[in-house]
Structures are given as C-alpha cells and as structure tokens.
Design a protein around this ligand. Structure first.
Ligand SMILES: *Cc1c(COP(=O)(O)O)cnc(C)c1O
Length: 391
C-alpha cells in the first residue's frame, strides 16, 4: 500500500535514519567482538561504552548502572527475577499492579509458581494506583515494588516519585517498566528514587532487539542467563554492538529534541480527541485525561467491535491497535481496560491511537473522517445499536 498512515507508535517506531547510519559500520567494518583485544574488538568495546554513557546520561544514572539486554521484556525479567532470587532470604513478597505489560505480569506469575507471593494493586477508573493501597500492601516480607511508569494501552502515567518515596521509606527496591515513558517523559532516576528501570530502543526510534536495564549501584540482583562474563557478569552473550550503538544514538536524539517532539505529539493527541468527541457520539476516552502520555489516545466506540474497526481502518491504510498489540489475536478484552472498570463490550470497542514524529494534522483529519464513516457503518449493522437507537 502506497499511503500508509501509521498511528501505532506504542507498538513500535521506525528506526531513524541517523540512528541506522551510526549502526551500519558495526555490521560491516567494525564487526569485532567487544571482548576481543585486537583493534576492531577494542573499537566495538569503545562504541558499547559510549552508548552506555548516553543511556545513563538521559536518565541521570551513571554508566556502570546500565546493563544492555535484548529487549524491554528481557529487562523486566532480569529486574524482577534478578531481585527476587538475590533477595529470597529477606522475603518473598512482590507488589505490582493489575495493568502491567505481560513482560511483568507473566514474570510475576512465574515467580508465584516458585513460591513468591504477589500482590496485584487495583487501579481507579483512570488507571491510577492508590498510594494508600500500596502502603497497606507492604509487609516485612516485601522485597520489590514493580509499577510501570506509563501504561502502554491507556497512557496513564503513575505517581512515580511518590511510589519511589514509599519504597525508599520502607527500604524496598522499586523497579519501573519505563518502556513507554523513555522519550516521552523526562526521567531522573535519582530525583524519582527509582532503583531499577527497563527500557527498549524500538519504542523511541531505535532498532528492535536491544533494551537496557538501569540498576542502581547497590541493588542486589542475580543474572538470569548463564554464560560468559559480559555486562559485568549480569547478562551473558556477545554484545549486540550495532544495536547498542543504536539505542545510544536514539536516546540521545529523542532527549535532544524533547520539547519540540512531545509538544507536537500532545497537540496531535488533543486535536484528535477533541475531533472525535465532537463528531462521533457514544465515545469514551480511556485513561487519565491529563496524566497521560503525550502521544496516546485510547477511545472506546460503543456499539462497535474493535477488530472490525481495525480491519476497516487498515483498508484505508491506517495502522492502529485495539486492546494491546501483544494480546491481539486473542478475543479476550484487554486486562487493562477491564481493570479500569470497562464492561466487556465497551472494552472490545476500543481503539488505541499512538502518535509519532512523522504524523501530521492532515493525517489526523483523514483518520477522523475515516472513523466517522466506519463507525457509522459498523453501528448501522449492529443489532444492539438498532435496539438502543429505537428506544
Ligand atoms: C513494548 C513494551 C514492553 C516490551 O518491550 P520489548 O522490547 O518489545 O520486549 C514492555 N513493557 C511495556 C510497557 C511496553 O510497552
């Protein structure tokens, strides 16, 4: 299709030209193993360490607190399992939320099968946790709090600083899955009292297949993959040098251009929400209206099936998402939308639009015009809508 309009930046983003350009020499000329001592190996090692510094600088960490991984999911696994196994003698209780990404939820479920106790905090109708419920959940067995920075489906941003303060007060490690937040929120791990943080390059215009975990210097965590001594013995496996160069460049660029980029997303988002709310009846914005990612708009269209909506949009070259990309293919409504209290049918009719740097106001106009038509068409063929409308 020649004219693609891409509104699924929470699923992945396009690798920037500038990022790719920096990466290519590490596939071709400088292909040395970063552990080898001859010149092209040392050059690879140097490139890895420069990237580590860029990642550290972007979140106010130090470079020895950054560990490169293969993706956001691996970072979440390493943080949560790593802390759980290394601190078992202190306790077996972990606190997380009901709206985490599967990389956190399924990791916690895995640990539960091994005897760990997991508390899944509720969220309110806008997707926010209760700080009071968090404090009340803490026991003398609690070793880790893992709460996502910003939600990938509804965009809600949690009170991270307050959570960090609670964790610190009780001497419990605080991990945050910041895969959606990096690039869209300014993050200072020291100011926010974050002990561990996960990120993934492909969510901020870097390549797929590379992530990073920040772990504060004195956090005790085990490796979860055995092998060589790479990443200061925390993550075995030959370094993905080109990918690591890519994450370093991508994070540098996204924060260099932070205000312009995020203001753009915010304007597109608010314009889109306003247009939809004005032009289409029976819609509901999911997530918090202001405490949300600048590029995220998740809206339920009542009396409409999300899958049908996506297929109709796809026919017009529009890429978007319903529920979460990771669960599409299953017919269950998203666990996040159920956790914020949506009835099944309203959850099924949700559309997640996530904006990116190439989107324009014209794209939004095209999207809204298409939605007006498609939603009307789908409702006209809905028995439920006919019954509702005839009342
Ligand atoms: C995308 C995403 C992940 C997984 O990252 P991968 O690099 O795709 O493994 C984890 N958490 C959140 C919140 C995400 O949006």
């Amino acid at each position: 299709m020649e004219n693609i309009r891409y509104f699924d930046h929470a699923a992945t983003t396009k690798t920037k030209e500038e990022v790719l350009k920096e990466m290519i020499p590490y596939f071709t000329l400088n292909y040395g193993n970063a552990s080898s001592i001859y010149t092209i190996g040392r050059k690879s090692k140097k490139a890895v360490e420069e990237a580590r510094e860029k990642v550290a600088k972007a979140i106010n960490a130090t470079s020895k607190e950054i560990y490169f991984t293969s993706c956001g999911s691996e970072s979440d696994n390493l943080a949560i399992k790593g802390v759980a196994y290394a601190n078992r003698e202190k306790g077996n209780h972990i606190i997380t939320t009901k709206i985490e990404h599967p990389a956190v939820l399924h990791t916690c479920q895995h640990l539960a099968r091994e005897g760990f106790e997991i508390t899944y905090l509720n969220v309110d109708n806008e997707g926010l946790i209760s700080l009071q419920e968090l404090e009340e959940a803490i026991t003398n067995k609690t070793i880790l709090i893992s709460i996502m920075f910003a939600n990938n489906e509804i965009g809600t941003i949690q009170p991270i600083k307050e959570i960090g303060q609670i964790a610190k007060k009780h001497n419990i490690y605080f991990h945050t899955d910041a895969v959606q937040a990096v690039g869209n929120v300014r993050i200072d791990v020291r100011d926010l009292n974050i002990d561990l943080l996960s990120m993934s390059a492909h969510k901020f215009y870097g390549p797929k297949g590379v992530g990073a975990l920040y772990a504060r210097t004195d956090v005790k965590f085990d490796k979860i993959q055995d092998g060589g001594h790479q990443e200061r013995n925390k993550r075995a496996g030959t370094e993905n040098v080109a990918g690591i160069v890519g994450i370093g460049k991508a994070i540098e660029l996204v924060y260099k251009n932070f205000d312009e980029y995020n203001n753009k997303l915010l304007n597109l988002r608010d314009y889109y929400i306003k247009q939809v709310e004005e032009k289409i009846p029976y819609v509901k914005l999911n997530g918090h209206r202001t405490k949300r990612l600048p590029g995220n708009a998740n809206i339920s269209f009542k009396f409409v099936d999300g899958e049908a909506l996506l297929l109709n949009l796809d026919a017009k070259g529009i890429c978007a998402s319903t529920g979460s990309a990771c669960t599409s293919g299953s017919l269950d409504p998203s666990h996040v939308l159920l956790a914020i209290g949506l009835p099944h049918d309203v959850a099924q009719g949700s559309l997640r639009i996530t904006f990116g740097e190439d989107n324009t106001k014209e794209d939004v106009d095209f999207l809204v015009d298409t939605l007006v038509n498609v939603v009307e068409k789908l409702r006209d063929s809905s028995q439920e809508y006919k019954e509702f409308a005839s009342k």
